[in-house]
Design a protein around this ligand. Structure first.
Ligand code: SF4
Length: 408
């Protein structure tokens, strides 16, 4: 990164941290939680689990656990990886299905057990203002702390609820980075399910990715706690947060979560210098009320910034909402209009070819800066991150020297 982009760019609302490549980077300093004791506390039931053995490489002691003093159930721990802050009695698993109290200690049960890995355009995540034209290596384990009725990746995220075990393979963080480098990507995306639930594996991979000159991005539901952001923020370059609604009732009813923690972590990420883009899947009858769009857009414009890219995406029938119709084109157009009226400068419409909006224009003079089609860059007019006409700096990360592949 150079300082060129920030100079003379007062409107650029956020600036991601520079990438310092430390070839000697090692594991993050241990941030072990305090556990009730070195040995499983007395009073456990016979079916309480103990630590995993060496034949289970995906079972590791977890970060972000803390003792929970329950006189009736000794050995209870609280997981603070996400805003559910589950209290787990011995033998119990958290809402995400992949973090478990084993013998009074918090464990992750999916360390390095990935169910998906592939290289794909960064625009597909979607990121439109982060290293445009580059590829990311996407990885995911199973499990998720939300149970959205419309989940498009439910075979990975909800496997524990649906009672099946998805195909997986065990990999090390080094192997993921090697695969990413071999694939020629510029970043690793922790995605498809909420990455916070596999934060230990993500962190170990992020350290090694940094050392190899790769960036790290989260595609997240924004349910991080300040404690988990403390761990990942120094290594996290960008996050696309799934802003499902600005309505607490929607979050509770459809996702099994709450709105306020999402709101707070989006603001917190921005405050920490992480590049943030937002995505909203618009679902007919559930979150398509114009007044709610307006409230959401106004909140983004004031609390996150008017240059925050907002991706509005068409719902396709999936999981428990398989009977619903896809989002009508006019709803997407209406939502985009409301977003612009609220002051948002970079509003995109996706997953709807007939009304797609994927072009970036200069917010100051209207000059066409970047055009996209099918997740590829088709036009690139930025000059070192600036508008060629008025010299305004486009908000984003890696906009001045991205390895853009111009097609067509
Ligand atoms: S990460 Fe899982 S176990 Fe931890 S608080 Fe969230 S849902 Fe609960």
């Amino acid at each position: 990164m150079t300082e060129q982009r920030s100079a003379g760019a007062p409107e650029t609302f956020t600036k991601a941290p520079a990438i310092a490549i430390d070839s000697d980077a090692g594991m993050p300093a241990p941030v072990r939680a305090h556990f009730p004791g070195e040995e499983p506390p007395s009073g456990l039931r016979v079916d309480d689990l103990g630590p995993g053995d060496e034949s289970q490489p995906h079972i590791r002691q977890a970060l972000l656990g803390e003792p929970f003093d329950d006189p009736l159930v000794p050995g209870s721990v609280r997981c603070v990886a996400c805003a559910h802050r589950c209290v787990l009695r011995p033998g119990r698993t958290g809402i995400c299905g992949v973090r478990q109290n084993r013998g009074g200690w918090l464990y992750t049960t999916v360390y390095g057990q990935i169910v998906a890995s592939k290289a794909e355009p960064i625009e597909k995540k979607p990121f439109f203002h982060f290293m445009p034209g580059s590829y990311a290596y996407s990885v995911a384990t199973q499990g998720c702390n939300f149970h959205c009725a419309f989940c498009q990746n439910w075979q990975m995220s909800q496997a524990h609820r649906e009672g099946f075990v998805p195909e997986s393979r065990n990999v090390t963080p080094e192997a993921v980075v090697d695969e990413a480098v071999a694939a020629g990507v510029r970043s690793i995306a922790y995605t498809y399910v909420e990455p916070t639930v596999f934060i230990e594996f993500a962190l170990d991979t992020m350290v090694r990715a940094r050392a190899a000159g790769l960036h790290n991005v989260f595609v997240t539901n924004g349910y991080e706690t300040p404690e988990s952001l403390d761990l990942v923020a120094p290594l996290l370059d960008a996050a696309n947060v799934d802003l499902k609604s600005a309505n607490d009732a929607f979050y509770r009813r459809v996702c099994g979560a709450r709105w306020e923690p999402v709101r707070d972590s989006i603001v917190d990420m921005r405050r920490r210098g992480i590049w943030v883009e937002l995505t909203t899947l618009i679902i007919p009858g559930l979150n398509d009320d114009p007044d709610e769009f307006r409230a959401m857009a106004e909140w983004i414009a004031t609390a996150v910034g008017p240059e925050t890219p907002w991706h509005l995406s068409r719902f396709q029938p999936a999981y428990r909402l398989g009977e619903l119709e896809p989002t009508p084109a006019e709803t997407l157009v209406m939502a985009a209009q409301i977003a612009r009226q609220a002051g948002l400068r970079h509003v995109y419409v996706g997953n709807a070819p007939e009304v797609e909006e994927s072009t970036t224009n200069c917010l100051r003079c209207g000059e066409r800066l970047i055009a996209r089609s099918d997740f590829a860059i088709t036009e690139w007019h930025l000059v070192e991150g600036h508008c060629p006409r008025c010299k305004h700096v486009l908000a984003g990360y890696g906009m001045e020297n991205s390895p853009v592949v111009v097609r067509g």
